[in-house]
Design a binder for this molecule. Sequence first.
Ligand SMILES: C=CCO[C@@H]1O[C@H](CO)[C@@H](O[C@@H]2O[C@H](CO)[C@H](O)[C@H](OCc3cn(-c4n[nH]c(N)n4)nn3)[C@H]2O)[C@H](O)[C@H]1NC(C)=O
Length: 135
Amino acid sequence: SMEQGLVVTQLDIQPGECIKVKGKILSDAKGFAVNVGKDSSNLMLHFNPRFDCHGDVNTIVCNSKEDGAWGEEDRKADFPFQHGDKTEICISFNELEATVKLPEVEFQFPNRLGMEKIEYLAVEGDFKVKAIKFH
Ligand SMILES: C=CCO[C@@H]1O[C@H](CO)[C@@H](O[C@@H]2O[C@H](CO)[C@H](O)[C@H](OCc3cn(-c4n[nH]c(N)n4)nn3)[C@H]2O)[C@H](O)[C@H]1NC(C)=O
């Protein structure tokens, strides 16, 4: 599985605020994930670009996790990532959905758990975090 990377807890991100994660995708990346929610067992969003892993090629898999149990996966049509890319991923949310803004495209994912704040951020896998900002 993906080795543990940056983990930030005790956050208090409100609807409309955003979390910006800047970093570099490894040149031989198999996949990476950005997780936001309450804690590692309760995720509003697991945003998981897969270059080649779990049987997926160049596919973004999104999911939620409630009390440790994965929800229904949502596979996105676009894959705006390439090996070695520097990128900036901006995550925000409201009561209805989470939004992931990338330089050229954005994705939505339902706020299935009805979370009212984001307290937890984790980045896993083949992504080297250079900076995080909270706006
Ligand atoms: C076709 C076979 C059965 O379906 C497959 O079932 C797999 C196992 O549940 C699915 O992969 C999981 O999909 C989850 C999202 O729905 C997650 O991406 C999960 O990986 C999360 C993960 C976290 N970590 C990790 N966290 N911390 C550390 N150190 N490692 N490692 N893996 C993946 O292992 C995979 O996406 C799913 N594929 C399909 C097509 O449904």
